[in-house]
Design a protein around this ligand. Structure first.
Ligand code: ZN
Length: 128
């Protein structure tokens, strides 16, 4: 499991709160905080979601797609595209897990950005 494929966040050792993403400052404690990096399990549940039919530039090949607010097992909420999921199959409370995918292709240079997305846990046995 390579470092760049881990979902990293921050745990504050002063107040014990967990945040996403990785931060240098605890939003609760400010200067009194002791933020340390932690790796999330990548598992969570869909808290809310919307279906995108009109995409921003660079996302045209994905429509329609699901964007969810995922609540991680550890507590923080993360906004992400939900892949491998038909819009009509998405529901609140759906178990999901982080996976690493192409985020978008940018401009004429075709710079491709990779990052994490979430997918339903039920589809995790499918071949990539
Ligand atoms: Zn704190």
């Amino acid at each position: 499991y390579k470092e760049r494929y881990r979902l990293l966040g921050t745990k504050c050792e002063t107040c014990n709160n967990v945040f996403f993403p990785l931060r240098g400052v605890c939003p609760n404690c400010r200067r009194g905080g002791k933020p340390v990096p932690i790796a999330f399990s990548g598992k969570g549940r869909v808290y809310t979601f919307t279906v995108i039919h009109v995409p921003p530039e660079g996302f045209e090949t994905f429509v329609p797609y699901v964007v969810g607010l995922v609540q991680l097992e550890e507590g923080p909420k993360v906004t992400s595209q939900i892949v491998d999921c038909h819009p009509e199959d998405a529901y609140i409370g759906m178990p999901v897990e982080a996976c690493f995918r192409k985020l978008r292709a940018q401009g004429k240079e075709g710079i491709i950005c990779y990052g994490f997305k979430f997918r339903p846990v039920d589809s995790s046995s499918k071949k990539e």
